[in-house]
Structures are given as C-alpha cells and as structure tokens.
Design a protein around this ligand. Structure first.
Ligand code: KIV
Ligand code: ZN
Length: 543
C-alpha cells in the first residue's frame, strides 16, 4: 500500500457551511489560493446547488486556482471538487462549476443509515441503491474523477454499506469517502469500519482511494481520521482550524502535524508545506470571524507558550523538554523584537517576504504607511503585529463603507458618545453622532444610522495581540442580518440564515471595534448583492 495521504480540504464547503462561517466569493478565492500554496491535493470549493453565488464562487476557484499559471505545471495544480446531492440537477450544477479546472472532481453523496433513509430521505434500501447507481453513473458520464460518500456511514449497517459502495465502484466512482457525519464513532470502531470496507466491498481494487471524513461532536474527529488512515484510507477530509458543521471537522493542522511529528508510528507522507499553517489559520479565522481558542492544538495562541516556571526552566535548558514540534515548522515565528520606528521600507519588504507575504509595490506602499503609523505609537513591532496589520489592510472585505474618522467620549462624567465619519459607496462622506451604553455601543449605533442594514450583533471578542500596554487590539464580531436571506445546507436540505464575521486591528480598541463591525456589514452587503446578481444571472440563463 502506498504511503502518501492525499489531503482533501473542505474548509470552503463543510467549513463554510457551518452557520457563522460565511465568506464572500473574494475571500473564498483567497483561501483557495492559500490552500494551493499550502499544498493540499484537493480543494472542495463549495456546494454549487446551495445558491447561485456559491456556484459562481466555485467556478471562479476552478478557473483561477484550478489551473496552472502560464508555463506552470498541470501536475502541481490541486483537484477542484464540487459537492452535489445524488440528483441530476445538483450534479449538473457541480459539473458546471468545476469543469473549467485542469483536474475537476464531482463529489456526490446519499445517506445510508436507517435513521436517515427512513426519516430524511423517505427511501427504502432498494431505492437508495438504485439512486446511487444512477447518479454516480450520470456524474461519471460528465467527469472522470468521481467521489461518492454514503452519508452517516458511521451509523450504517456495514453489510449494506459494502453493497452500496460496491455499486458506486461499478458505476464509476474512484474515491469512496466514509463520513462519520454526526461524530458518533470511536477510533476503534471507525478504524474497523474502514478495514471492513477495504476487505469486503465488492470490486475493490488499487485504483480506488478510501477517504476519511470525521466530525468532532465527541472531540474524536482527528483520532478517528488517524485510525481510518492506519486501517488503509489514503485520503483525509479536513478543514482549517477544524471549522465545520456543529463541533466541526477533523482539523487539517492536527492531522498533518500528527503524521509528521509521529512519522515513525505512521510512516506516511503528505504533500503539505506545514510552514504555511499558521498563516492560513489566521486568514480563515479573520474571514469567518470565528476566533481560534487559545489552547487549540497547533494553531492556538498558547500552543507554543510555556507559562509554568518549571516548564520555562526546562525549555531554557533544552527546548525538546516540553516541545514536541518546532513552532517554525507550522510557521509560528518566534522572533520577538523585529522592527521599530527606524526600520525602512526595504527592511519591511524583506521581513514580510520572509513571513510569506509577497506584496506588489502598491501594496507595499500601503503596508509601509500603516507600519509607520503603528511605529509612532508602539515601540517594538513583532511578527504578530505585522500579521495583524497585513490582515487588517489586505484581508478585509471590500470596503463598501470605509472608516474615515472616529471620535469617542466616554468615562464616568457623561454619556458615552461616538461621532463617526464613513466614506460611502457613492464616495460621499457621511457623519453621524450617537450615544450608547458604552463607547462600542455608541460607535455601532452611529454606524448603523449611516449604513442602515438591520443586523443583530451576535458576538464581540477583543484581545491584545502581544503583551504590553501599547499592544495592538484585535476585535472579531459576528452579525446576522435581521432580514435573513438564506442558502441551502447540504446535509439537512433546508435553507438556513447566514451569519457574517468581521475582523479589525488597531492600537485604539474602539477603532479596531469599528473596523471589525464595518467589515462584517460590508460582507453582508456584498453577499446580499452577490446573491441578487447571481439570481438575476440564473433567471437570465433560464429564460
Ligand atoms: O459529514 C458528511 O456526511 C458530509 C458529506 C456531505 C460528505 O459532509
Ligand atoms: Zn461533513
């Protein structure tokens, strides 16, 4: 058996599908580019039947990330997959979205557990088998690379699974993905299920890849995925930061670093450049507004921090006393004192390039202006500050409304008041003053009065990026439109309301708060107009 595990990233599908992780099409494209740079083998770019704008986003990724740059090598380009329920209209949409990629894949699925078949699909076993045969064969008539998933495999009767999977192979599937959809199995059970499938599925041969797809409801997603790989699976479906339905999916960083750190146990390779992990984790967190818990394995803020005196003492004597991986292996740079007020444009360029940010001249100009502003207020600028600055300047959604000025009065002597100046989509300056229960509330009320998109603030998080009183403050928020517009959820086949995240960083925490809120509202407005445009396009195509 070969020793290469293909990494199938589903951040943009299972991850983005989780309420609150909505990304705009531009953000999805940027994440896809970063995934390609990370070296994933397959990018599941979305669920094209969910909404016309999802289809468009997948199509753009297929064109722009799924093809080599001029003169580049085709073999180095990731496969671009689109998800489809097991019906022809969904499969047509998935194919329409991925076909421009150099290596397209259709991923179709149908539930096989009794509970799903009876209550959700209202189909008996025979009908499910027939549907799988028909739809996999149809997908194969369009595309040479077909993945089939028996949804809720973890709770399906193994004998029935073997039968369905055998039919899927016969109809042309080349990858069989085995989802523990509800995160129910234990590692022993999941590993045994994969071994059973490899042994008992009729028609199983070396050309078929078995894939693991695990959810984290019991906190076992990564352990289950690894058990499946040890039992012979050679594709792992994962997401950045483990985002996904409910408690999420197995996280890419945990799986990749386990295979790497415990190589003698697994003896398996991936094609990942793990030094990209910290950056892409931050990117996904900023775009989704879903902050990473500080104690999260590999990418949490404390993952490489040593607090207890006895640990610090050990680390000073030998870093392997308490460290099983090197922070630089996942792209967490340990250098502390990086730059200051007197550092020049060239030094900034070199530092950013070292950190993996290749900026154009115009972008570098902007970054340098922001850097100088920050250096006036903060003595020592660390890599973490630079990451925050870059995220704030370049990874924020398109400015529909941009912050032009903010002044806040607060404290115990009067009513908290915020006066805000925004540049609107018409290029005009809008000014408004509001009072609130505190400075952030006053600022958000003033923004609401100008932007006029009814939305509920669901979550507000603030933290200091580095230690010290002059630290940059980083704010993430999540907002939900009051007039909810919806898209389809692949698993439950019901539409759900979308939640938008925003991120902002500044040495003034009220400014950071305003930026984060505006970023979320800008995303909401962009998504609303993308949805309307795509719908019009759809009607245009149909009429
Ligand atoms: O968890 C699941 O069952 C899925 C399938 C659609 C593959 O995400
Ligand atoms: Zn899933």
């Amino acid at each position: 058996m070969n020793n290469y595990v293909k990494i199938f990233d589903t951040t943009l599908r299972d991850g983005e599908q989780s309420p609150g992780a909505t990304m705009t099409s531009v953000e999805k494209l940027e994440v896809a580019r970063s995934l390609a740079r990370l070296g994933v083998d397959i990018i599941e770019a979305g669920f094209p039947a969910a909404s016309p704008d999802d289809l468009e986003a997948v199509r753009r990724i297929a064109i722009e990330v799924g093809n080599p740059p001029r003169g580049g090598e085709y073999s180095k380009v990731p496969i671009i997959a689109g998800l489809a329920r097991a019906n022809k209209p969904d499969i047509d949409k998935a194919w329409d979205a991925v076909k421009a990629a150099a290596h397209p894949r259709i991923h179709t699925f149908l539930a096989t557990s009794e509970i799903h078949m009876k209550h959700k699909l209202k189909m008996d076993r025979e009908t499910v088998v027939e549907r799988v045969k028909e739809t996999v064969a149809y997908a194969r008539s369009l595309c040479a690379d077909i993945e089939f998933s028996p949804e809720d495999a973890g709770r399906s009767d193994p004998e029935f699974l073997y039968l369905v999977l055998g039919e899927a192979i016969q109809a042309g599937a080349t990858t069989l993905n085995i989802p523990d959809t509800v995160g129910y199995t234990t590692p022993d059970e999941y590993g045994a299920m994969i071994a059973g499938i490899i042994k008992n599925t009729p028609g199983m041969h070396d050309g078929i890849t078995i894939s693991v797809h695990t959810h984290d409801d019991l906190g076992l997603a990564t352990a289950n995925a690894l058990a499946g790989i040890q039992a012979g699976a050679r594709q792992a479906e994962v997401t950045i930061n483990g985002i996904g339905e409910r408690a999420g999916n197995a996280s890419l960083e945990e799986l990749a670093m386990t295979l790497r750190t415990r190589y003698p146990v697994f003896g398996l390779e991936t094609g990942l450049d793990t030094t990209q992990i910290a950056r892409i984790s931050k990117l996904v967190s900023n775009y989704t507004g879903m902050s990473v818990q500080p104690n999260k394995a590999i990418v949490g803020a404390n993952a490489f921090a040593h607090e207890a005196g006895i640990h610090q003492d050990g680390m000073l004597k030998h870093n392997q006393t308490y460290e099983i991986m090197r922070p630089e292996d996942v792209g967490v740079n340990q250098s502390k004192l990086v730059m200051g007020k007197h550092s020049g444009r060239h030094a900034l360029h070199a530092r950013l390039a070292d950190m993996g940010h290749m900026l154009s001249e115009a972008e570098l100009d902007k970054a340098f202006t922001r850097f100088k502003e920050l250096a006036d207020r903060k003595k020592n600028i660390t890599d973490l500050d630079l990451e925050a600055l870059i995220a704030d300047e370049f990874y924020r959604p398109r400015d529909i409304y941009a912050l032009d000025g903010l002044q806040v009065a607060c404290g115990t002597m009067g009513l908290p008041t915020a006066t805000i100046r925004l540049r609107g989509p018409d290029g005009k300056i809008h000014t408004h003053a509001s009072i609130g229960t505190g400075p952030v509330d006053a600022t958000y009320k003033a923004i609401d009065a100008i932007v006029k998109v009814p939305a509920t603030l669901l979550e507000f998080n603030i933290h200091a990026i580095t230690e010290g009183i002059d630290a940059l403050g980083e704010v993430t928020v999540r907002v939900q439109p009051k007039e909810s517009f919806t898209k389809l959820d692949a698993q439950h086949e019901t539409p759900y309301g979308r939640v938008f995240g925003g991120h902002g960083a500044d040495s003034d925490i009220i400014v950071a708060s305003a930026k984060a809120y505006l970023a979320a509202l800008n995303k909401l407005i962009t998504a609303q107009s993308e949805a309307t445009e795509a719908q019009q396009h759809d009607y245009g195509m149909l009429s």
